[in-house]
Design a protein around this ligand. Structure first.
Ligand code: PHE
Length: 520
């Protein structure tokens, strides 16, 4: 039943490193520390962990078991078990058409048209539409993720050549602005970054993705530990640790809780077919449950370590932490300059190298989703598929490269978007990020949960998850065996089924309504 010549991982370690490489990215290093600090520190970490356990791990398990059972790309996986199951897609399509009609009457032409078109696609393709949507959004996300990756490349060069010795954050901000506004530099670095990721995929699952991850991820971990330890040794580090981790439940708002939910989704790279694709390269004899748990633990540890590397240093330098790109590109260089003086090129270089590694391993996973889909769906060779994805994403990335701070270079497109939707966010980059992370990812996540839980069937998925757990027998004889079976098999199994059928879809739906502004 499985397809001929499906590539497979060489080892569980390789698989875990590749999947952790995808999960560990910008979200861990700047988003998590920052939102933690703002939302009550340790209190937020607790909520985040709860979300990772109730949403993140169940959806990851669903995606991986689906991929492994189907032994196919994300589109093929959604096609595999969907026969005669078109009620749910039809319901959504019908709902969408109704909604679109209502929007037309309210003169919301742009949104109405988009929803109507999507509904028709869902009506035509059924569940497979979810597969296409995952593969496409992976490539679109890559088009701007690569831009940030390219900037890290520029900053490594700047760091090592001593150009990051800023006196204050304003000076640093100016340098960043100049780089971001330089369309030529930004787009060439973006394409270089894409080429690096694509060249890894060129060499296949084992020879490319797995090999690169097995080298890069341990390196990233070592760099992170060095930076965190050094940061914690600084005088005045305590204030940073306090900002980051001291639990303050009074700062925890509904908004914060929902933000934690959305973040658990993004940081584990769910909803874009990555876990499906990587899961499909798993041989039948590997235990998925333990790998997924290890991946989530690694992802969370890196996020915590990142906070411990960043905040103690920022506070020790007497700076205040900022948000988003500002924290990375402006505040940290000044922080390292203040603390390490003539050693700062080294620390800056190390930090941006770490960021670059995190971005590359995430980028690779995004390319791989597209490559595996093109290979399977169009029956073309891996090399052709890599080139095709590279060209497509590069072309698309130019739009973000020339419009990352404002719409200045794409005012025509901005006018169209404003005409159709009423507003257009601050730049093309911002718009794409918003559409992807607020709309498409949660909807895809919901689709995976319903598809695996209700269409393919939670029972079958459980069997796939435990396919090779034969060491833990259900009919156990000795007392220890009985306990082992209960703890390692029955309890997690029942919990997962309950979550994937009921809890997770509801929580994902709430996240979706929140991120799209329904609650505000
Ligand atoms: N999981 C990554 C992070 O935490 C983000 C990411 C999103 C990676 C999409 C790949 C694809 O930063």
């Amino acid at each position: 039943m499985s397809k001929v010549h499906r590539e497979h991982w060489g080892s569980s370690f390789g698989f875990v490193m590749a999947a952790a490489g995808s999960a560990i990215g910008l979200g861990n290093v700047w988003k998590f520390p920052y939102i933690t600090g703002m939302n009550g520190g340790g209190a937020f970490v607790l909520i985040y962990l709860l979300c990772a356990i109730t949403i993140g791990v169940p959806v990851m398990l669903a995606e991986m078991s689906l991929g492994r059972a189907a032994q196919s790309d994300v589109v093929g996986s959604f096609a595999r078990f969907a026969k005669n199951h078109s009620v749910v897609p039809k319901f959504f399509a019908g709902y969408g058409i109704g909604l679109a009609t209502m929007l037309f009457f309210q003169d919301q032409i742009g949104l109405g048209t988009v929803i109507a078109l999507l509904s028709l696609v869902i009506l035509r393709f059924g569940w497979i539409a979810a597969g296409y949507s995952a593969a496409l959004i992976a490539l679109l996300i890559l088009s701007y993720y690569a831009m940030i990756g390219g900037w890290f490349g520029v900053y490594i060069w700047k760091a090592l050549s001593g150009q990051l010795a800023f006196a204050n954050a304003q000076e640093a901000a100016q340098t960043f602005q100049n780089m971001a506004a330089n369309g030529w530099l930004t787009s060439s670095m973006t394409i270089l970054f894409l080429a690096v990721c694509a060249s890894v995929c060129w060499f296949g699952v084992r020879g490319g993705v797995e090999k690169a991850s097995k080298i890069l991820m341990p390196l990233l971990f070592i760099l992170m530990v060095i930076m965190a330890v050094r940061s914690l040794m600084l005088e005045g580090a305590g204030a940073g640790v306090e900002f980051f981790l001291a639990p303050d439940f009074s700062k925890l708002t509904t908004h914060g809780v929902l933000e934690a939910m959305g973040h658990s989704f993004f940081t584990l790279s769910l909803g874009m077919g990555i876990a499906v694709t990587y899961g499909s390269y798993l041989p039948r004899n590997k235990n998925i449950l333990s790998s997924a748990v290890v991946i989530c633990v690694l992802d969370t540890s890196i996020a915590l370590l990142a906070g411990l590397a960043i905040f103690p240093a920022v506070f020790a330098a007497g700076m205040s932490p900022g948000a988003g790109p500002g924290l990375l590109f402006n505040i940290l260089p000044v922080t390292f300059q203040t603390i390490f003086g003539s050693w700062s090129p080294l620390w800056n270089g190390m930090f941006f190298l770490l960021m670059l590694i995190a971005a590359i391993t995430s980028g690779i996973s995004l390319v791989e989703v597209g490559v595996s889909t093109c290979m399977n769906q169009w029956k073309i060779s891996r090399k052709k598929a890599v080139l095709l994805c590279l060209v497509f994403v590069s072309a698309f990335s130019l739009l973000s490269s020339v419009s990352n701070v404002s719409w200045e270079n794409l005012s025509g497109l901005e006018a169209v978007v404003v005409y159709a939707f009423g507003s257009a966010r601050s730049s093309f980059f911002d718009l794409l990020d918003y559409v992807a992370s607020s709309w498409v990812l949660p909807l895809n996540g919901l689709a995976v949960a319903i598809y695996v839980g209700w269409i393919w069937g939670a029972g079958k998925a459980v069997r796939e998850l435990y396919r090779q757990g034969q060491d833990v027998k259900m009919r156990a004889f000795s007392r220890t065996e009985k306990w082992k079976a209960l703890l390692l098999r029955r309890v997690p199994m029942r919990t997962w089924v309950f979550f994937i059928l009921f809890m997770t879809p509801i929580l994902v739906l709430i996240t979706f309504l929140f991120t799209t502004g329904f609650f505000s």
